[in-house]
Each structure stands twice: as structure tokens, then as C-alpha cells.
Design a protein around this ligand. Sequence first.
Ligand code: F6R
Length: 640
Amino acid sequence: MESETLIQPKMLSHEKVPVVIYKNSREASKIVAREIADFIIACQQNGKRAVLGLATGSTPKTVYAELVRLHHREGLSFKNVISFNLDEYYTLPPDAIQSYRRFMNENLFDHIDILPENCYIPDGTVPQELLKTYCTEYENKIAEAGGIDIQLLGIGSNGHIGFNEPGSHVSSPTRLITLDLSTRADAASDFGGIANVPKKAITMGVGTILKARRIILLVWGERKADILKKAVEGPVTEFVPASYLQGHPNTLFVTEQSAAAALTRRKSPWLTENVVWDTAMIKKAVTSLALMVKKPILKLTDNDYNENGLSDLLAMYGQAYDINIKVFNWLQYTITGWPGGKPNADDTNRPERANPAKKRVLIFSPHPDDDIISMGGTFQRLVDQGHEVHVAYQTSGNIAVADDEALRFTEFVIDFNEKFSIENEGTNAIYKKALAFLKVKESGEKDIEEVRYVKGLIRRGEARNTCRFVGIPAGCIHFLDLPFYETGLVEKSPLSQKDYAIIQQVIQQVQPHQLYAAGDLADPHGTHKVCLDAIFEAVHLLKNEAFMKDCWVWLYKGAWAEWDIDMIEMAVPMSPDQVLKKRLGIFKHQSQKDGVVYQGTDSREFWQRAEERNKATADLYNKLGLAEYAAMEAFVRWHF
Ligand code: F6R
């Protein structure tokens, strides 16, 4: 049966597969779920079965949630659906916490009326000697069902689809595969460390996937931006298995703004369409031109503009020199050593107001170390320049503390109490319970409340240490312990009224002139994004309060990436000494040093990542022809 295509965009010149970009993953997921639902309904009307190929991982969760909603709200039935999942870890039993069978039950199957006997997922426990036959049978079952009508896919950060890792052949069948180190690193947080991630998996092959009549690949989050560009605009290559989809006649890539950011249509839109040449677009074009031709802005010539698709812009201004000066000045104005505003200075072209000279500043830090890692230099300057600086730690960050660290601190308390005969039965019992649990804890197992508390305390102590080091008093440190975070798992609860109220309360208490927040607008599942959403909502609720009229919100990038150079509205330079001081501030977070729980694929320590990123920002300014600094922290203003 032909699948219905509700969403099939025209292809752009640089793109070799159709791509549709939505505002966010929620919106995109609704459209995809609608297409699947309509297809299922069309099959029902024709007395046919709908065969779905399903994926796991963080990406499809929002689509499954929407399908569940359609089942409950609109009576969408799945009785005519047969599903085949892409993959399963080998040798995970189906009831293991991280098994894909369990994932599918929890995220979809348990909440809809699909018949259990129609849900096929590779069995991770098949003995090795039977695997070949088992995989062939899996393929046969798909064929017997009539082949896959709609195949849902995610994409790995290395370009894998299913678990077809780089190197997979275009016609590979369902088989056992050895997982890439990067795939295992991506999964490490689910397993409580990379060492516990299985080394192998059973996966449908690329050949199996390509037989599906319709393929929808979902991509969310800026960490997927580079691989999405490769899969969409690059050559078809075994090194990026998702690029094989370019050869499929009915594939659609569904994405959202942050994941799409590296595509040519977003990175250099003047190459793919007629653009409006506003300030932001001119800045984007000129900075990228300068970086491409490797010249400082003031040395760009008419030829450079003409030869690189920017003749329109040139025609508008007459000559390169005039555009160059304009953009150079815009960039120059973003640089300031006075993040809280320079007292008694003309602030016409400065990022911050001069008045009031002494500001109340509230820095929101999603985890207990984001303040120092992402804006430590600016934090220090604000304190040194006499502003009243407060820090609000949004979450306890407890799941990122290793068990042995918690064990160490628990033993410390018990030994301390024993030494000084501190007889507090209640307290001692709590620590002893934590200790007993930690000694027998299985990998990936959820911590009991007492252990989460110990881990939270460890991070609190580290954050206090940093604040002492930077020089703010205890009264300016606010631990919010937002409830949404306290699940003890990577998976968090949705934000609730309680979270908003806590954020509102601290904003009301400080009444800041400046509010700093981690602006990871991109990451759809991460804690930073949720923390930012909570701030946005709280600010929205407070925006009519008189003090909010004087409150400017500055966003720093919380994760590893930096704002694009053309977006930066305030760049705070740092001297080599300030860089060193920031490093020492980061060192206060001992539990996050030397191999952390959530290391990811980047093996650098946090202070190294921060230093390299701040140096890279300074180098970019310098390459564009501005002054040469050792490092810079960058901010974008959010107008609410
Ligand atoms: C899952 C699968 C994988 C994931 C990919 C992205 O069944 O086959 O290809 O789709 O690893 O994972 P997330 O969505 O967690 O980023």
C-alpha cells in the first residue's frame, strides 16, 4: 500500500534528500505522529494491516507520546498494526532497565491497544550459535507481514541508523554488530558508565531499512547538526550510513531549528534563496565570508563579495569598504570588559547600560558548576566590579556524582560520628542505609533517596567552594533543587507549577537588573533546556512587575558549543591570569574531575573544554580583524 505523505517538501539545491524543518521537536513530532495515525486509519478503512518499523532512543519519544495521546483522545486504534523494532543490545534480557523491549513497553506498547503478539523486537538473549538463523527469520517475518510501510529512524552522532555503524554496507542484512565507541559513549549515561554498555547489538541492516516503502528520519538537537549536514548534503558513503537514505525514493528527514543550523540553507541562506538583508543577515554573511576567504573583515574586497554569492549585498551598499566598516563596528561594540555596564561612560554603543552603576545580578546555573564553567570570567568581573551578584543553582546535579565518591563521603560521616561519639541515631541510620545500598548497587540502578541526598550535598559543597573562591557571601547563594530533576534517573519529570514558583520566588527576592541563564535553546531533552524553559515561564509570569522593566536577560551557552559569532551581543575578554583563575574555580568541582559519570564522547575535562572554547571565541574575533585577547565569554540578549 502506498503511504500517505502529508509532509513532503521540495528539495533545495544543496540537499540530496527532502528535509522539513519545524520550530521545535514537539511540533515536528505531532506532524509525524499524524502521518502515522492517518496511515493506520487508511489501512483500517481498507481492511489492511499497517506495518511500522520502530526506533528507540531519546528522539522518537515525543512521537510515541503523541501517538499515545491520539489513542486516548481520538480513539486511534493500533489493533491492525504490526511493528518491527530496529535493534536490541546483545546480550540484554528483555526486562533489563536499558533493554529496548522495556523502552518500547514503557513509551508506547503499554499505553495503546496494539496486540503484544504483533510487536517484534530483536531478542538480545539468542545464543550466539543461533544468531544467524534468528536474524534471517527476523527478515522473513518482515517479508511475511508484507514489508515495512513506514520506518521511523533516529540518527546516531556518528551517522548510524539502527545500529548500522560507519562501515556498514548498503545491502547489509539484519545481523549482530559491534558497537562503535562513540555509540557506547552516547549510551553511557543510561548504563551508569561506558564500561557497562554492551559491546554488541542486533540490528536490522541498511538493506532491510531501505526496503521500507516510506522512511522518516527524525533529528533533534544541536549536537546532531553536523552529522545531519553530512547525511543530507554530503556524498553517499559508508562512513555516514544515514547518507544511504539519499538513494531511497520516499524518505523524509524531519528536523527542528537547532539540528538544522549547519545546513547550507540555514548557515548561508543567501546561497539558496532570496534573503532580507537586515542587520543580523548582513553580520552573518560578512563574518562567514571573512572566515571563508581567511581575511579580516576590513580587507574584504568587492571581488570577495561577488565571487561568493554576495553580489546582492554589494549592490545594496555600493562597495565592500562601506559594508566592512559597518560590520567591523558592530562587532567592536560587542566587546566589553564591563559586563555589568561601565559607570559614567557613554553607553550608546555598549552592550550594557551604565546605570545603575551597581547592579543586582542573578546568575542561574542549571547544574552546580555551569556558572563557573560557562561564565566564570564574567562572574568574577561582576563581583570585582562591585555588583551584588547572586547565584541560583537550579538542580542538585546529584545523578552526576559517582558512587565511589558518595561512598567516600558517607564513610567519612560515619567515621566522624563514631570518633566523636556523636549519637544521633536518626542521622547515623540514614548514612548507614546509604552505605549499605551503595555497597550492593547494580550498574544503572536508581539511587535510593538517601544516596541522592548525599550526592546532592557533595555538589552543594563544591558550588559553595566556588562562590567563596569568586568572593560572594553565603547569603547570595541559592540552592533551588528544582523538583522536576529529582527522579534519580536521566529521565526527568515534566516541569510543574512548583518549579516555576521556586524560580519566580528567587527572581522576586533578588529583583535583578541583570539575569544570566544557560541558553541551550537547542537540546530538546537536556536539563539545560528544561531549566531555561522554567526561567522563561517565570519571567513571563513576572514581566508586569515594576522591577522587571529594568531587568535585562543575558544568555550564555551552557554546553560545549559557543554562540555563532554573528549572534554574540556581548563578548567579555579575559586576560591569561583571569583564564587561570577561572580554571582554579572549576577545580573546586572535584566530583566532576578525572572521569565523570556523564563524560560523553569528549574525553577532555571540563576546564579544558571551557578554556578551548573561550580561546576559540577570542581567536575568531581576532581572525575577523579585532583585537587579540587570550579568551572571551560570549552572551546573547533575550528580549522578553
Ligand atoms: C535506536 C537506534 C539508533 C538511534 C540513534 C539516536 O533504535 O536504532 O539508531 O536512533 O542512536 O539515538 P538518540 O535518539 O537517543 O539520539
